[in-house]
Design a protein around this ligand. Sequence first.
Ligand SMILES: C[S@@+](CC[C@H](N)C(=O)[O-])C[C@H]1O[C@@H](n2cnc3c(N)ncnc32)[C@H](O)[C@@H]1O
Ligand SMILES: [Zn+2]
Length: 361
Amino acid sequence: MTLSLLAEWLRCPTCFRDLRPFGDLILGCDNGHRFDVNRRGYVSLLPPRSRHRGDNADMLDARERFLEAGWYAPISDALAESGAEAVSDAEAAPRRPFSSCTPPQPVPRVLDMGCGTGYYLRAVLDRLRGVTAAHESASHGSATHQTAAHEPADGTAEARALPALGCDLSPAAVSRTIRVTGASGLVADVWHPLPLRTGAADVLLNVFAPRNADEFARVVRPGGALLSVVPTSSHLLQLRADGAMLDVPEGKAGQLEAHMKAFRLLSRTLVEFDMTLEASDVAALTGMGPSAHHRGSGATDLHAADSDASGQHADGSAASESDASGSTASKSNASGPGVGDHCRIVVTASVEVLRLQRMSA
Ligand SMILES: C[S@@+](CC[C@H](N)C(=O)[O-])C[C@H]1O[C@@H](n2cnc3c(N)ncnc32)[C@H](O)[C@@H]1O
Ligand SMILES: [Zn+2]
């Protein structure tokens, strides 16, 4: 991460002017507002009284265990494929730069809102590196040109990185994401005006995470893509069957489409598959979900963490998705609902991957 790459994404949370580097680890605007950048390479631009909570270290550990075991690989594959299609769409347009806030460049700028451990951002960037290398090769008529602007000069993940930003309310999540992806990092609350420049992103990922329709419309450049993963009502049904988990209401994908008025739906892909999970996998799946915020409290609290029946928060914004169990404290023990130490349980994952395009104003 370099400070200037990070600054390219950002605007001042106080006065909304562009941020730029001032010294080694400071970003600032022309109105004199200054922000420290963490030595690990991310900046926190949270509003002073953010009342929301991001995932904690235990939840992130559980998420990392579950995802790195490969259980959701079909989902990350489908998302990465959708990213490649989005970029192909954009490249098919008459030679337009990908982003309005930087000089023309033939690589997409990818933002992940609610990035968690960085698992999905890494999958999408890996796939897009292949797409953009092929594009550069084709447009220059020679494979040697693949080594232009974004080829690793020193072989590090950072040098290979496309311009990417992992954003989350949880500093621990952002820290993990920049470590595994080489992306820049931002701690911010999606329910507030985002400290991101208008039109900064060509591709916005939003995977099982809260979304802010107005801010997403502002941050994605016209013609750019929003890629979202939402659970269907069949997602993890076997773990919900005993009443230990909240249902996913029908029609989440339709709600998202209706809510994102500045975007039009280009494709909707159902990804459904069975997983034969051991108790430890179920425990990880349980531990990475919203109920982990609420250990020691009851089902009523879970409603606050998960989405309500309408999929909306009280302020009218769309609620967060859950990709994991919402089991109550009494049920979310180490082995998970109904799974003994040596038992296995077949659990169905069922999600939709949506690809939407930001319409011109
Ligand atoms: C269910 S997890 C999904 C994480 C990641 N996208 C994945 O699928 O592995 C939701 C993520 O959204 C983050 N989050 C929750 N509330 C947020 C908010 N108000 N603003 C930004 N991020 C938030 C959490 O910290 C968490 O990392
Ligand atoms: Zn300012």
